[in-house]
Design a protein around this ligand. Structure first.
Ligand SMILES: [Zn+2]
Length: 249
């Protein structure tokens, strides 16, 4: 079956039924990156996704969990050779997680370093209130020829968007981001050849219910409107971007 859409950041394993969530992405013909939040969660995700043409599991260590799970970094390193897809990783300097920020930086630095050494990894990166720090570390530890960085739900400044573009980063944009003026301005600043869609389900909600896995069509429609591009052209462009960063996905 042909790939029609891209959901480059979805927590499939946080829906009540992981198998069902994978089946939904397949039914929607959506190439999906199933991000995980701890290395321990990766094997089950990978196993269930292994028969799917559309879903790929990412090996993650979420910045919001670093204070409790930093000791899983060794498991992360052990599992790294088994996948090209990494995420969710990154930094979070929001008020609830600021206390662990130095520890998060140390973990993220190690992850970038390990990915650069291994080569050919594709990372989905969280950067809440920490765009500058994320970009500094990416610049220092993971140059564009050693791996691909996709900045998920980016909320930095316009100059940070441009800096990300210069560093070779891609951006995955969800429906919720486009409901704010700032999110729409960020979208306008991202060149079309660096764009992807995501749901960030089940965290993004619609009428109080989590968005469905792989349901990126509302985001795509809104993006086409805001960027004033024909929707079919934008859809093809996102599929081309996906092939550029991740040929078999
Ligand atoms: Zn996420």
């Amino acid at each position: 079956m042909r790939t029609e859409f891209v959901d480059f950041h979805c927590h499939l394993d946080l829906y009540p039924d992981l198998k069902g969530a994978i089946a939904e992405c397949e039914a929607r013909q959506t190439a999906t990156l199933a991000v995980t939040t701890t290395p321990k969660a990766f094997p089950r995700n990978r196993q269930l996704a292994s028969n799917s043409e559309f879903v790929h599991a990412g090996l993650g260590l979420h910045p919001q969990l670093v204070s409790e799970r930093a000791n899983e970094l060794s498991l992360f390193e052990q599992l790294l050779p088994e996948t090209r897809y990494i995420g969710e990783v990154g930094l979070d300097a929001g008020p609830r997680h600021y206390r662990s920020f130095e520890q998060q930086r140390a973990v993220f630095r190690s992850i970038l370093y390990l990915c650069a050494q291994a080569g050919d990894k594709i990372l989905s990166v969280h950067s809440v209130r920490s765009a500058k720090h994320v970009l500094d570390l990416v610049e220092e530890y993971l140059p564009a020829d050693r791996g691909k960085v996709v900045l998920h739900w980016f909320t930095g400044t316009m100059s940070e968007v441009r800096r990300g573009v210069q560093l070779g980063c891609y951006f995955s944009v969800n429906e919720r981001m486009l409901s704010s003026l700032k999110g729409r301005r960020i979208l306008c600043e991202i060149p079309s050849d660096r764009l992807l869609t995501e749901t960030d389900g089940p965290f993004v909600k619609k009428s109080n219910l989590p968005v469905r896995p792989g349901d990126v069509q509302p985001a795509l429609i809104e993006m086409a409107k805001i960027k004033n591009i024909d929707i079919k052209i934008l859809q093809d462009c996102l599929l081309k971007n996906l092939r550029d960063i991740a040929p078999p996905l």
